[in-house]
Design a protein around this ligand. Structure first.
Ligand code: IPM
Ligand code: MN
Length: 365
């Protein structure tokens, strides 16, 4: 029996309740598929600030680096919003991504036929959308130096950050994106702001050079403002998108809304070798925390991505994905994806439905 060591980071807000559901699903798939997991729980974000005075305790980072894969729920909340930069929950997440070196963030946005009416777009625009956003995660303006606060020549206070990319950073994310596009529909759209930013000009040049190694993939370039428009105008033109850290942050939220709810979307943060970090795209939703209202499906689908991309346990992953679809087919909905004629249930209850579906799809898969 394979045995994997996982670290789970429940974090803040709805994090603990969706983590509990995710662990139940993991426990179910473990007995169904005969895979053993040794799970340790660690503190990150606001929970770590409150308990230990830092958003990323050394012990958490070490445990993550030492695991086969890491599952993260969500971090952040109102009570830490006015903290100094180094005592903000987000710092914990950014430090974890950088510390683990997971430079490639895969964010799928798929419009499921069951949820096409939850999209704010017209059915004919949303139906059939299947996009993978590949976001560079450990470089760019999020990490570039110099950054900080200072004074300009008039003595006025300023805040500044730097968008910086090296050829090697662009080259490695390009290769991940081309490999993914190759396994999908063979179209890669690189999004940048090359009409204004030098870092984007280097991005575009490097993408074009790497493309020579992937003659089977069609590379196009698009400016980010146009991409933001095209995603709403005609999202079906996109297959795989590759972009920098900040554009990827924004465009993946936009792409997620094509699908109806950000509560449905998982993501994977990976590197060429070593443990990956798997997390839902959504945040900690402090407004509904502790009320058993959160949609745990993105977290459950993150478990599936962890199994598939992190551990190579493809069958286990596919049973979970199938069970999520079956749960939707059976009419169960959380508030964020509720529509007429469906059964409104809470976080725990929809988790139980997914578990029931996994147990029932035993023979079919
Ligand atoms: C995300 C989040 C984070 C980011 C924040 C919480 C630091 O918005 O994962 O997209 O900007 O990367
Ligand atoms: Mn974001």
């Amino acid at each position: 029996r394979p045995k994997y060591r996982l670290t789970i980071l429940p974090g803040d807000g709805i994090g603990p309740e969706i983590s509990k559901v995710a662990l139940d699903v993991l426990c179910c798939i473990s007995s169904e598929e005969g895979i053993d997991f040794e799970v340790q729980e660690k503190l990150l974000g606001g929970a770590a600030i409150d308990a230990l005075g830092t958003p990323l305790p050394d012990d958490t980072l070490e445990a993550c680096k030492d695991s086969d894969a890491v599952l993260l729920a969500a971090i952040g909340g109102y009570q830490w919003d006015n903290n100094e930069p180094h005592l903000r929950p987000e710092r914990g997440l950014l430090g974890l991504r950088a510390g683990m070196g997971v430079f490639a963030n895969l964010r799928p946005a798929v419009v499921l036929p069951q949820l096409v009416d939850s999209s704010t777009l017209k059915r004919e625009v949303a139906e059939g959308v299947d996009i993978m956003v590949v976001r560079e995660l450990t470089g760019g303006i999020y990490f570039g130096q110099p950054k900080g606060f200072g004074k300009n020549s008039n003595g006025e206070q300023i805040g500044f950050n730097t968008e910086v990319y090296s050829v090697s950073e662009i080259d490695r994310i390009a290769r991940v994106a081309f490999e993914i596009a190759r396994k999908r529909r063979g179209q890669l759209c690189s999004v940048d702001k090359a009409n204004v930013l030098e870092a984007s000009q280097l991005w575009r040049q490097t993408m074009t050079i790497v493309a020579k190694d992937f003659p089977d993939v069609e590379l196009t370039h698009m400016l980010v403002d146009n991409a933001a428009m095209q995603l709403i105008r005609n999202p079906k033109q996109f297959d795989t998108i590759v972009t920098n850290n900040i554009f990827g942050d924004i465009l993946s939220d936009e792409a997620s809304m094509l699908t109806g709810s950000i509560g449905m979307l998982p993501s994977a943060c990976v590197k060429n070798s070593g443990p990956g970090l798997f997390e839902p795209i959504h945040g900690s939703a402090p407004d509904i925390a502790g009320q058993d209202k959160a949609n745990p499906l993105a977290m459950i689908l993150s478990v599936a991505m962890l199994l598939k991309y992190g551990l190579g346990e493809v069958k286990a992953a596919e049973r979970i994905e199938k069970a999520v679809i079956q749960t939707l087919d059976n009419g169960f909905r959380t508030g964020d994806i509720m529509s007429a004629g469906k059964k409104l249930v809470g976080c725990t209850a929809i988790g139980q439905e997914v578990i029931r579906a996994i147990q029932a799809n035993h023979l079919a898969s």
